[in-house]
Ligand binder design. Structure first.
Ligand SMILES: Cc1cc2nc3c(=O)[nH]c(=O)nc-3n(C[C@H](O)[C@H](O)[C@H](O)COP(=O)(O)O)c2cc1C
Length: 361
């Protein structure tokens, strides 16, 4: 048995296993960042740079990792990030992830660009789920997506604001990334833009965004979105305090500090480095979440110590899906939960509200 055949011990092991199993075009699409992938790398190195100053002797015999987000209790401060095209990882794709997250009482965020229709995901999710929205130039089509998410009882909308155009992921350009036959953007109506047209040397998804998404969005469009739905709107992709304040003024119920996993603007700031300014600007008015580079329980501790109410987990869930479908994604979440529990014990924090900035060096 080689090292990589052994049961995965951590989230990095899952990536190695998935890399062996997935076709190169799919692995590259999932793993890649924009341009030189500096932000992708920075999301990790920024977490590694921060050192912990643990308390000792604080009775950690029972530990409670639950948190409150949008007024609802979550058993863990973990949410599945929206990620497109999950049936590239496993035939059950988004439904497998919905089952895995639900089995732990956790929330999944379904991408607009899912390969499974939102109604089918809602039918298998037993915990509240969120719907991530990309705004198409075709506002009737966008409005219809929102109405369907509301009808299917999604709990919230996650409006992604960092992608007027898609970041340039050079691996996808080289691979002329496209969906294989049989997979479509299943949330779009059958007469709508369900497929990607690749061309040599270009990503089909890059072309899709350029031709179909609304590059004119401003904060006024958050008000428009709120006028067509009663669902709370979280704004995903904020990296500055001033933008976080504008999001709240526009009616956002939450702010997600994200650089899209390093897939949009390369050399953008690492999310954990952007978090303190956003938390200060938000000043408790709404919940702040963070994603990008969460791979260890201590990463979750660091984000919460700096004021996030929870974190979203991205790629490792795709690696879990690729390895073993629902069971793999569930194991990824369990491993991270076990690491978080251990980190809480070793930090002298029996509850998440004991995580404060003074824990960090
Ligand atoms: C393959 C892939 C697809 C993604 N698709 C979407 C998407 O459709 N909508 C969105 O808002 N973010 C999308 N993201 C960004 C994630 O929601 C999240 O911000 C990022 O992956 C978090 O970083 P991590 O992968 O390092 O955990 C995608 C990320 C990946 C890796």
């Amino acid at each position: 048995m080689t090292e990589s055949d052994a049961a995965p011990l951590n989230l990095f092991d899952f990536e190695r296993l998935a890399a062996r199993r997935l076709p190169a075009m799919v692995y590259d699409y999932y793993a890649s960042g924009a341009h030189d992938e500096r932000t992708l790398e920075a999301n990790r190195t920024a977490f590694e740079r921060i050192r912990l100053r643990p308390h000792v002797m604080r009775d950690v015999s029972t530990r409670d990792p639950s948190t409150t987000i949008l007024g609802r209790r979550h058993p863990l401060p973990l949410i599945a990030a929206p990620m497109a095209f999950q049936r590239l990882a496993h035939p059950d794709g988004e439904r497998a992830l919905a089952r895995a997250t639900s089995s732990l009482g956790l929330t999944m965020t379904l991408s607009t660009l899912a390969t499974t229709a939102l109604e089918e995901v809602a039918a298998v999710a037993t915990a509240p789920a969120w719907f991530q929205l990309y705004v198409y130039r075709d506002r009737a089509l966008t409005r219809d997506l929102v109405a369907r998410a509301e009808a299917a009882r999604f709990e919230a909308l996650v409006l992604t604001v960092d992608a007027p155009l898609l970041g340039r992921r050079e691996r996808d350009a080289r691979n002329a990334f496209a969906l294989p036959p049989g997979l479509v953007a299943a949330n779009l109506p059958s007469a709508g833009p369900r497929t990607l047209d690749a061309a040599p040397g270009e990503s089909g998804l890059f072309r899709y965004f350029a031709s179909l998404m609304d590059q004119s969005l401003t904060w006024d469009d958050v008000a428009w979105l709120r006028s067509i739905t009663s669902l709370p709107v979280l704004v995903k992709g904020v990296l500055r305090g001033d933008d976080a304040s504008l999001a709240i003024e526009a009616g956002a119920a939450g702010v997600i500090v994200s650089n899209h996993g390093g897939r949009q603007l390369d050399t953008a700031i690492a999310t954990i480095d952007a978090l303190p300014e956003v938390v200060a600007a938000v000043a408790g008015r709404v919940d702040v979440l963070l994603d990008g580079g969460i791979r260890r329980g201590t990463d979750v501790v660091k984000a919460l110590a700096l004021g996030a109410r929870g974190v979203l987990l991205g790629r490792p869930l795709l690696w879990g899906l690729a390895h073993e479908g629902e069971a793999g994604a569930r194991r990824v979440l369990e491993l991270l939960a076990e690491e978080l529990d251990l980190a809480l014990a070793l930090c002298g924090a029996a509850r998440l509200d004991a995580l404060t900035p003074d824990l960090l060096a």
